[in-house]
Ligand binder design. Structure first.
Ligand code: IFM
Length: 474
């Protein structure tokens, strides 16, 4: 056989314009909690409340990114990252949540964005990654409709300050967690445990998304992209029994369609309204809200970690909660009749089963449900028990395998027509993992929180190679 006659290799690579990124969030890495005019957020209050966060950890110092952002951006540049997804701290930009903007707070993001651009890394800003100013929570937080209007004002301030240099904006990160973990089962700030408050908060978060989208559009230059990031669930029924299928329908409603229907179709799903009718009549939804919420956006961000397997509940033998969220109470309003089961497969340090097919399922479902809408994987990654060995290296083969599997799933979904434009690995740095404090390490860069020393793990080198070649090593 001559060389010319050899079949061309199967193309496994990603397109040349695929966006390779990494993600972080303000409270998880910045520290500098009381510096330069920043006031407390609900996570400052929550983490300083005994018993709420493992080991009493707080984000007071975190990875000290506020002071070390240059070093961190140098790491991004070494990795070859094309984009960096970060969030702005609302109480740093607008202390107390209302009133004048804080110039010193905005200056930090100015410096950050300029340094990113100087290093060839495109900034991708998220406005809300869970750090609501405490004063707004004192007035009702996300159960108070006014919070949505305060959010839109904050969005305008941020866009006016940074919009000339930040091309992509995300309104909210994982509003499911803000509503259902924050107000439903209370494992996240502000720690409230009331299913009606959770549903009310859910609606006001979506209203904030809609009002925020309008505010961003008026302040940003033409061509800027506005997005929303959801932690949608890849819901699987345990079997095809009608009870299991109905359990899957209910959780699909409360995890997915409760967001996708209002944002993309301007309505709440009838079955979700019916499933929750014993809790609320949804009178908090006012005329005009759904039109506001369904303003067009330019892309959808998806955060994916593990699938959600459900079955019909057997009330006589209640199973332990296995939905991947810590806490005694269910975060799901009206989930009676639903049992959560672990998916098959190995587990990460979070106890979350590793199952890359779930990501493929989600991306291809969105391909079908929202034809033509560009998709971004805005978070994906894994926590493992990482440590620095005596030579100073951090070997994390499980994370490399996790990333390889999930990027293969992304590539497969793209080959099958899912319009995925980029991938943001969670996370660049080890950080404050909410109620787990510093006990869980998601970074591809190890952080020794005592010395703040950064050590790229093997996975960082592996990801740099993927970015450089645009392909996954076989
Ligand atoms: O660390 C979080 C992040 O803040 C939101 N998405 C899930 C990650 C891992 O739990």
């Amino acid at each position: 056989m001559t060389v010319e006659a050899l079949p061309s290799p199967v193309r496994t690579g990603f397109p040349a314009d695929f966006v390779w990124g990494a993600a972080t969030a303000a409270y998880q890495i910045e520290g500098a909690a009381a510096l330069d005019g920043r006031t407390p957020s609900i996570w400052d209050t929550f983490s300083h409340t005994p018993g709420k966060v493992r080991n009493g950890d707080t984000g007071d110092i975190a990875a000290d990114h506020y002071h070390r952002y240059r070093e961190d951006i140098a790491l991004m540049s070494e990795l070859g990252l094309g984009a960096y997804r970060f969030s702005l701290s609302w109480p740093r930009v607008r202390p107390g949540g209302q009133g004048p903007a804080n110039r010193a707070g905005l200056d930090f993001y100015d410096r950050l964005v300029d340094e990113l651009l100087a290093n060839g890394v495109t900034p991708v800003a998220t406005l809300y990654h869970w750090d609501l100013p405490q004063e707004l929570e004192d007035e009702g937080g996300w159960t108070d409709r006014d919070t949505a209007y305060r959010f839109a004002e904050y969005a305008a301030i941020a866009a006016e300050a940074l919009g000339d240099r930040v091309p992509t904006w995300t309104t909210l990160n994982e509003p499911w967690c803000s509503a259902f973990l924050g107000y439903g089962n209370g494992v996240h700030a502000p720690g409230r445990t009331d299913p009606v408050a959770a549903l009310t908060a859910h609606h006001h978060l979506l209203l904030a998304h809609g009002l925020g989208t309008a505010a961003l559009r008026s302040a940003l230059p033409a061509g800027a992209q506005v997005s929303l990031t959801l932690n949608l669930a890849a819901v699987r029924p345990l079997s095809t029994d009608p009870g299991d299928l109905d359990a899957a329908r209910r959780i699909d409603g409360l995890a997915n369609r409760i967001f996708l229907d209002p944002v993309f179709h301007g309505r709440y799903p009838a079955d979700v309204l019916a499933d929750t009718a014993q809790l609320t009549d949804w009178a908090f939804v006012r005329d005009g809200d759904l039109a506001e919420i369904s303003r067009p956006i330019d892309s959808l961000g998806i955060n994916y970690y593990t699938p959600t397997v459900v079955a019909a509940d057997d009330p006589a033998a209640p199973a332990p909660r296995q939905d991947g969220h810590a806490g005694e109470l269910s975060p799901w309003p009206a989930d009676r009749g639903v049992r959560f089961l672990p998916a098959e497969g190995s587990r990460t340090a979070m106890g979350w089963p590793v199952d890359a097919d779930g990501l493929y399922e989600l991306l291809t479902r969105l391909r079908d449900d929202l034809p033509g809408l560009p998709l971004l994987v805005t978070e994906n990654g894994a926590a493992y028990e990482d440590y620095t060995d005596p030579s100073g290296a951090v070997h994390d083969p499980e994370r490399v395998a996790y990333l390889h599997g999930h990027l293969s799933a992304v590539r497969r979904a793209m080959a099958d027509g899912a319009p995925v434009r980029g991938y943001f690995l969670w996370s660049l740095l080890d950080n404050f993992e909410w109620a787990y404090g510093y006990s869980k390490r998601f970074g591809i860069v190890h952080v020794d929180f005592a010395s703040q020393r950064r050590t790229p793990k093997d996975s960082a080198r592996w990801y740099a190679r993927v970015i450089r070649t645009g392909d996954l090593p076989q």
